[in-house]
Design a protein around this ligand. Structure first.
Ligand code: TEU
Length: 555
């Protein structure tokens, strides 16, 4: 029996908000978002109820992959601010009850990183073996490019080094060789550095690639999971509350191993790519079955672990786990135009435009996200229903500046918009129609709905800590699941169809249920028998806390 430590497991009952400092708020008027700007908006985020920020890379960078190409792991890019301002931000967030986690991108560096420059210049360089070199690349079908169409193969020839180096991503991002103990030492030093500055953990970029040592010629081998265990225990020794949240886009039968042994000694959290992809299939089909099946395939996670759930992130909406035919269905429903598609597997769009701006459907999708097993992760702008700008390159389409107001520059910056790192979204989902200032004033806005949703989610520990299971219903369009925790039960129901419906929920082990409390809509309904007949509107969603006979409940 584990010691019950729910207040320690902050990551299980939280709401994470991901943002890129560069596109959030420009504090100094140069057209680029910065730490000073973000720090000003900490109260906005705290007011919404966000419990943790995930900062996308803010390190010094030539910016050829939006900051995922790093030249110094110990600094802040000069355009965004200083280390001093970083600490100020972390401190301000902490003061408002929010933790900060940061992107740890150590699968690769930028080609311009001094380590790589030294490595390529001299075979005797101490950094030579920090990267992966071969004289003649072998044809290895397991080593495929990540960005087909934009990237050609995974080996690039360096004329100076007279060898090829491995790059799982763009050719300007040479892979680090984690089989080299010196590289692992350095990664630990980077982790230790940011922990010392007050961060509460890391979103680890591209975990399966980081661990993938195939192609590492003549290097000492290291068991990849042994390495994750070492990293976990190092982090835990340095800072008990710090978490490792991994970007692990693998099929369900491979997900479990990233949490480690039975008690969980590798990643605390893993992004749930498999459920996310099936949500889009379910939305396209107006049928809950794909989500139900994806949930049924999920492995149980260890006590200290949790899924991180999301609908959209900063990358393309990848549909790589669907079959060709399923992907075609989602493309047809939500991204029929080739310019909306990317890498042959995904869509470079945000959710509201994909759903044709149907606000009821958008709310149903987020209500589902917030009730699913896991901790919801929002991408900035989702709270107001921002859209994409397809005129921006590749994945930048979904990384347009935050829309604070309808002023020129969207309240993001007073500079000439031509200086913005990514152009603003235009039209129906642009700042004139979708912005924070207008939505703050409107009690019926999406922003205020999100604030209520987040509050309710935080007040519903059954969802974060409980044991979940599917509840059978007689309606294919409806997903019903329950979460049981500490003697209470919450049932969440979501209707994927525009047609209203009535469903009957038979709840096992609840013969003494007398009523339910509607956690989102409000009110209590008494029941004549221990089954719930429920009405759901088109794209309706309801969270119910079940009341048993003689049970005292604070809804
Ligand atoms: O992405 C890594 C990665 O594996 C993704 O490319 C993923 O396979 C795909 O996009 C599914 O969404 C990370 C970052 O999220 C991405 O922004 C970076 O470009 C990439 O690493 C390289 O650092």
């Amino acid at each position: 029996m584990s010691i019950r430590t729910t207040s320690d497991q902050w990551w299980k009952n939280g709401v994470v908000y991901c943002l890129d400092v560069e596109t959030f708020l420009d504090g100094d008027g140069d057209g680029v978002g910065d730490l000073a700007g973000l720090t000003e908006r900490i109260d906005y985020l705290a007011g919404m109820g966000v419990t943790a920020l995930w900062l996308m890379p803010y390190y010094p960078t030539p910016d050829r992959d939006d900051g995922y190409d790093i030249v110094d792991f110990y600094g802040v890019d000069h355009r965004l601010g200083t280390l001093g301002q970083f600490v100020e931000l972390v401190r301000t967030a902490r003061d408002r009850g929010m933790r900060v986690i940061v992107d740890l991108v150590v699968n690769h560096t930028s080609v311009q990183h001094p380590w790589f420059q030294s490595a390529r210049s001299d075979p005797a360089s101490p950094f030579r073996d920090w990267y992966v070199w071969v004289d003649e690349p072998q044809d290895d079908p397991t080593l495929k490019e990540t960005f087909p169409g934009e990237q050609h193969g995974v080996w690039a020839y360096d004329r100076r080094a007279k060898q090829y180096y491995l790059h799982r991503f763009y050719s300007h991002q040479p892979d680090l060789n984690v089989a080299n103990p010196a590289v692992r030492e350095e990664i630990a030093r980077i982790i230790g550095f940011w922990l010392q500055l007050g961060v509460s953990g890391f979103r680890i970029d591209a975990v399966p690639f980081l661990l993938e040592l195939a192609g590492v010629a003549d290097a000492p081998t290291v068991d990849p999971h042994r390495y994750l265990k070492d990293m976990r225990s190092f982090v835990q020794r340095r800072h008990g509350e710090a978490i490792l949240l991994g970007e692990v886009n693998v099929p369900p039968d491979q997900q479990r191993e990233f949490f480690g042994d039975e008690d969980g000694d590798e990643l605390h959290m893993v992004f749930n790519f498999s459920v996310m992809q099936r949500i889009y299939l379910a939305l396209a089909r107006q049928d809950a079955t794909p989500v139900e099946r994806a949930l049924a395939k999920l492995p149980a996670v260890p006590f200290d672990s949790q899924w991180a759930t999301f609908l959209r992130n900063h990358d393309e909406l990848t549909l790589d786990q669907l079959t060709e035919a399923e992907r075609a269905e989602v493309f047809a429903a939500f991204g029929p135009d080739p310019e909306m598609q990317l890498y042959g597997r995904g869509l470079r769009r945000r959710l509201p435009p994909m759903l044709g701006g149907d606000i009821d459907r958008v709310k149903m999708a987020y209500s589902l996200l917030f009730s699913l097993p896991g901790t919801p992760v929002l991408f900035y702008g989702e709270e107001i229903g921002m859209g994409e700008n397809l005129a921006a390159d590749e994945r930048l389409a979904v990384r347009t500046p935050m829309q604070w107001s309808d002023e020129p520059g969207a309240g993001f910056s007073s500079a000439d918009p031509r200086r913005f790192p990514v152009p603003l979204t235009e039209g129906e989902f642009g700042p004139l129609a979708v912005n924070v200032a207008a939505q703050r004033r409107d009690p019926d806005s999406l922003l205020n709905w999100f604030e209520r949703l987040i509050r309710r989610r935080r007040e519903t520990p059954e969802l974060g800590f409980g044991r979940w299971s599917i509840v059978e219903t007689d309606a294919r369009a409806v997903l019903a699941h329950r979460c049981d925790w500490d003697g209470t039960t919450v049932v969440a129901t979501h209707n994927f169809s525009p047609e209203p419906c009535r469903v009957r929920l038979e709840l096992d082990g609840l013969d003494d249920v007398v009523a339910f409390h509607d956690l989102l809509g409000g009110g209590r309904e008494d029941l004549a028998e221990p089954a719930i007949d429920l009405t759901l509107g088109g794209y309706g969603y309801r969270w119910l806390r079940v009341q048993r006979k003689d049970q005292r409940l604070v809804p």
